[in-house]
Design a protein around this ligand. Sequence first.
Ligand code: PLP
Length: 185
Amino acid sequence: MLKGHPTKIMNIPFVDLAQQQQRIRADLDRRIGQVLDHGAYINGPEVAELEARLAAFAGCRHAIGVSSGTDALLAALMAKGIGRGDAVFLPSFTFTATAEVVLQCGATPVFVEVDAATFNLEPNHLREAIVQTAKIGQLRPAAILAVTLFSVSLRITRQSMAWRRNTIYSCSPMGHKVSAPATIT
Ligand SMILES: Cc1ncc(COP(=O)(O)O)c(C=O)c1O
């Protein structure tokens, strides 16, 4: 505060969903109205439509709709057979669900320091964590949950990966932005 200058206090919301909605509000109302009309609230035609459009957008064969971001992470770990004795590497700065699903599978979360600019996994720390875990030998380095926060794309160089077999590269698990890719170069 500068001496002699009047102070004006403003509340700036961290997220302003109402403002975002304004641009698409008419479409939202129309589509929600359609769901109410046909009454198929669970796994209705909109889910199939979203899956098809997302798959086309992402350029992959399938997109599978699940009930939450947490379930999406859990399903990915289960599909890879992650369980007891496995180490899963994840950012030290992330939402609790990232570690929660690892524990739900019976595996052990290993937190890795993040890059100060992107909040993504820092590749050198990641490599070190993998190497150390393998060296200690109590856990099998099994997977990487490479969360991309705040729509910032993730880049991990192949050289930084000392151990890559059976790893999971997960992009924007909760969908901060679907188009923030995790790229391995
Ligand atoms: C990075 C990240 N992963 C997972 C989740 C969990 O998503 P959901 O609340 O839909 O289960 C969140 C939620 O904010 C998240 O930010």
